[in-house]
Design a protein around this ligand. Structure first.
Ligand code: DAT
Ligand code: MG
Length: 140
C-alpha cells in the first residue's frame, strides 16, 4: 500500500456553518496529514471540470449552483489508504442515511433541496484524486 493523497472539499454549507475546523479536526485526529489548504469561491468552469462525471444528471445544475454559492475550503490530505479512509469518515452521500459518527451523519441533514448539501467532498479513487488535485492545486 503506497501513501495516497485525496482531495477534500468543505462545501459552502459546511464552510458557512463554521464546520471547517471540525472537518479538519477529524482528518487530523484520524492521523492523516494536511498537505494543501486553500479557501476560495469556486468558478463554474472549475466545478464543471471537477463534476464532469455528473453532467446531464438532474442534480447537476443545482450542484454547480450550490458549490459556487460561497467559499469552500479545498484540502489535500495524505496517508496510507487515505482515499477510502476519508470516504469512510465522510459517510454516505445522503446525509439522512449517513451513519452517526460520520461527518455527514453527525453534521448534515436533508433540507428538501434539489441537491444534497452534505458538508464535504472526498475523492473516490486514485484516478479521481489525481485528476481533482490537479484541478484544485495545480503543481502540488
Ligand atoms: P459523493 O459526494 O458521495 O461522492 P456523488 O459524487 O455521487 O456523491 O455526487 C456528488 C454530489 O451531488 C453529492 O455529494 C451530493 C449530490 N448528489 C448526488 N446524488 C444526488 C441525488 N440523487 N440527489 C441530490 N443530490 C445528489
Ligand atoms: Mg463523488
Amino acid at each position: 500500500m503506497t501513501i495516497e493523497r485525496s482531495l477534500v472539499l468543505v462545501k459552502p454549507d459546511g464552510f458557512q456553518r463554521g464546520l471547517t475546523g471540525e472537518v479538519l479536526r477529524r482528518i487530523e485526529a484520524k492521523g492523516y496529514t494536511l498537505v494543501g489548504l486553500s479557501i476560495l469561491t469556486p468558478k463554474r468552469e472549475q466545478l464543471a471540470a471537477h463534476y464532469a462525471e455528473h453532467e446531464g444528471k438532474p442534480f447537476y445544475e443545482p450542484l454547480v449552483e450550490f458549490m459556487s454559492s460561497g467559499p469552500v475550503a479545498a484540502v489535500v490530505i495524505e496517508g496510507h489508504d487515505s482515499i477510502k479512509g476519508f470516504r469512510s469518515l465522510a459517510g454516505a452521500t445522503n446525509p439522512t442515511e449517513a451513519l452517526p459518527g460520520t461527518i455527514r451523519g453527525d453534521l448534515g441533514r436533508d433540507w428538501g433541496l434539489k441537491v444534497q448539501q452534505n458538508i464535504v467532498h472526498g475523492s473516490d479513487s486514485p484516478e479521481s484524486a489525481a485528476r481533482e488535485i490537479d484541478i484544485w492545486f495545480p503543481g502540488l
